[in-house]
Design a binder for this molecule. Structure first.
Ligand SMILES: NC(=O)c1ccc[n+]([C@@H]2O[C@H](COP(=O)([O-])OP(=O)(O)OC[C@H]3O[C@@H](n4cnc5c(N)ncnc54)[C@H](OP(=O)(O)O)[C@@H]3O)[C@@H](O)[C@H]2O)c1
Length: 366
């Protein structure tokens, strides 16, 4: 009897000690703001519930959207989480614990996963169906950089735009995370790709990704060059700039062309980390409104989406990830170029991605 009591006490003590040792380090944003609002905090490590997996995180993908979350302007973050929030849509790591009902991912399996926020942490708990085995050809850093931008590119191109072989496709921000994935996938689909970049330092990267033409808008007239490359217009334009290019992107579609809209980063600042409210208001008013009557007569379409609102579309996630993993394993597409930062340097990563100067993906290492 006394032995069993001692044993229970010991187990209790042991459990507490383990919890202290495995406390989760995570980035918490308590209210909207600049880089100083990214706080590194500690919290007890959560146990996975039925159907969930806990991942010991080795790498975390940074997305431009995370900066918009920090600024308090990301609609789905406000709708699904509110404050405080831990940003982050993607991680890679090792399965550390599983909940009841998860019998196909043994502890120690190397995985990557998508998270609906909460990814900036040393441990995350996610539903089993959001977790995928790490492709053998990728490091943890590369695997963490895959899901958000490759899923976005896959959805934009293959679910919405459906370009035919030989289609002329114009990709804005072609050396960035999503842009780099779009260039590679459009080439895989047999398209002729014009990639637009904002600095001369990105031209070589866009070419390496496979762009047939690269327009450096810091030294060239973007639309004169775009017209020279495709005098009759583009079959598909992929635009996350927003107000600065949306109207012209639409006007440069040929008949039957499709404009895919998936972001509005030109409304936001490149330095300082805080939005200008007058600029936001002005850009909102100036953002083109597309008229269905005109679109019908011109036979050109505008399509738009935000993946964070499609998180419950497990069918799309499974199909996209199976295809992306296949392409990566077969060497048909390459993982993005990676720049790593310690988790504690998240502010620098945010400042860098906002600067518009980064190439490929940024990854945090906890
Ligand atoms: N709808 C969705 O589901 C979804 C999913 C993922 C990402 N996104 C959006 O896709 C875009 C790219 O995301 P990402 O994470 O892959 O980032 P990224 O392309 O790696 O970095 C952002 C790039 O956008 C351009 N840029 C940034 N700030 C700008 C500004 N103020 N004015 C003009 N251009 C600016 C810069 O490229 P250049 O100067 O070379 O153009 C910069 O390198 C973002 O707008 C993001 O919100 C949307």
């Amino acid at each position: 009897m006394s032995r069993s009591v001692t044993c229970d006490v010991q187990r209790t003590v042991y459990t507490c000690t383990m919890q202290t040792m495995t406390a989760t380090r995570k980035i918490v944003v308590h209210s909207a703001g600049g880089y100083d609002h990214l706080k590194l905090e500690s919290a007890p490590t959560a146990a996975p519930a039925r159907g969930q997996v806990r991942i010991d995180v080795r790498a975390i993908g940074v997305n431009y959207a995370d900066t918009i979350v920090r600024m308090g302007l990301y609609a789905s973050a406000k709708e699904f989480v509110g404050w405080p929030i831990t940003p982050g849509f993607e991680v890679a790591g090792v399965v550390a614990a599983v909940g009841a009902g998860v019998d196909d991912l043994p502890i120690g399996t190397e995985v990557f996963a998508v998270t609906l926020f909460g990814g900036y942490a040393s441990q995350v708990v996610v539903d089993r169906d959001k977790v995928f085995r790490r492709p053998a050809r990728t490091t943890f850093e590369q695997a963490a950089a895959l899901p958000a931008v490759y899923m976005t590119a896959w959805y934009a191109l293959f679910e919405l735009a459906h370009p035919r072989r030989g289609a002329r496709v114009l990709v804005h921000s072609a050396a960035g995370g999503v842009g780099g994935a779009l260039v590679q996938m459009a080439k895989l689909a047999g398209c002729e790709v014009a990639g637009v970049v904002g600095t001369s330092g990105k031209v070589a990267a866009a070419r390496t990704l496979g762009a047939d033409h690269v327009i450096d808008k810091s030294t060239q007239d973007l639309w004169r060059e775009a017209e020279r490359i495709a005098p009759t217009g583009y079959d598909v334009v992929l635009d996350a700039n927003g107000v600065t290019t949306l109207g012209a992107s639409y006007r440069h579609l040929r008949r039957a062309g499709k404009l895919v809209v998936y972001g509005f980063h030109s409304m936001l600042p490149k330095t300082g980390g805080r939005p200008s409210w007058p600029k936001l208001a002005l850009d909102y008013v100036r953002t083109p409104r597309f008229n269905p009557l005109d679109m019908t007569n011109e036979s050109r379409s505008v399509l738009a989406f935000n993946l964070s609102y499609l998180f419950d579309r497990q069918d799309l996630l499974n199909e996209a990830m199976a295809q992306i993993i296949d392409w990566i394993e077969a060497g048909k597409i390459q993982p993005p170029t990676i720049t790593t930062y310690p988790l504690a340097d998240v502010a620098r990563a945010h400042a860098d991605i906002e600067s518009g100067r980064t190439i490929g993906k940024l990854v945090l290492v906890p």
